[in-house]
Design a protein around this ligand. Structure first.
Ligand code: KIV
Length: 293
């Protein structure tokens, strides 16, 4: 954990107040109880139950396939571990695009599942939804740059803000989100100069992913940093483990032990009391005697 208070649960206001701290904020995704326990035990500041669950856990090609009910299912699993980290839940595609009432109801579903804050994608065009959710007393984290819910509009998963107009638009979106009351803003896949200008322009922390070092914090998808997905990873991912390879090797050893008669051992077996075992052996014998030839 950073400079945030260690003795109690991390809150959105505490994250917001960490702007300007010398120690960057740390956020990592988790989608179930074991992964939530692992990232919380590592002392991260925020656990993100991201809509990336669609791609890294559920096997979809984009994040557009998951619903608020899907996210609530995963938020519940994470929240039941009672992490010290702030649980941030993604509002999925179409949960805040149709109207502010919908946005509030869907955000409330995620809070009732255990989230302490919600995250949504987009800038000035989402201000009405952000305002309505904030009015319902739910902290909102913004998300700008490569917003994966816009994959079709962007024509793919591409770095955003490369030209001056696009960069300026991201900065203006960030200023609008911060001014309306977002407690932090994720910046995904933007050039580092853009991230730096955003970070210097807003009074709330920026949390980067593929946005370089000039952010107030960093976030990675757990499965990427653990090497749980052997597929192609973007250049901003640093792998700290190779768990997919470790998992395959472990299951290969299990299969070899089963096939070689080495599993289970006597220690891995429940044994009956001697008298019961003897009686069972007698019974086996008499059963064999009466078996048809
Ligand atoms: O869903 C997610 O994992 C995210 C991160 C990439 C920030 O939104």
């Amino acid at each position: 954990m950073t400079d945030l208070p260690a003795s109690r649960r991390t809150t959105a206001p505490a994250v917001s107040a960490a702007k300007g701290s010398d120690t960057p904020l740390v956020m990592v995704t988790a989608y179930d109880a074991p992964s939530a326990r692992a990232v919380d035990a590592a002392g991260v500041d925020m656990v993100l139950v991201g809509d990336s669950v669609a791609m890294v856990v559920l096997g979809y090609e984009d994040t557009l396939q998951v619903t608020t009910a899907d996210l609530a299912h995963h938020v519940g699993a994470v929240a039941r571990t009672r992490p010290g980290a702030l649980v941030v839940a993604d509002l999925p595609w179409m949960s805040y695009h149709v109207g502010a009432d919908d946005a509030v109801r869907n955000a409330a579903t995620l809070v009732r599942a255990g989230a302490g804050a919600v995250k949504l994608e987009g800038g000035r065009k989402r201000l009405a939804a952000v305002q309505a959710i904030l009015d319902a007393e739910i902290p909102v984290m913004g998300h700008l740059g490569l917003t994966p819910q816009s994959v079709h509009a962007f024509g793919g998963f591409r770095v955003q803000g490369r030209d001056l107009d696009a960069a300026r638009a991201i900065v203006d979106d960030a200023i609008a989100l911060a001014e309306i009351g977002c407690f932090a803003i994720v910046l995904e896949c933007v050039p580092d100069a853009v991230a730096r200008l955003v970070t210097d322009s807003v009074a709330v922390p920026t949390i980067g992913i593929g946005a370089g070092r000039h952010c107030d914090g960093q976030v990675l998808v757990l499965h990427d940093l653990l090497g749980l997905d052997e597929g192609r990873t973007p250049k901003f991912v640093r792998r700290y483990a190779s768990l997919a390879a470790d998992a395959t090797a472990a299951v290969e050893r299990f299969a070899a032990d089963v096939r070689g008669g080495r599993f289970p051992s006597s220690d891995e077996t429940y044994h009956a009391a001697d008298a019961v075992a003897d009686a069972l052996r007698l019974y086996d014998g008499s059963a064999a005697e009466h078996a048809p030839a």
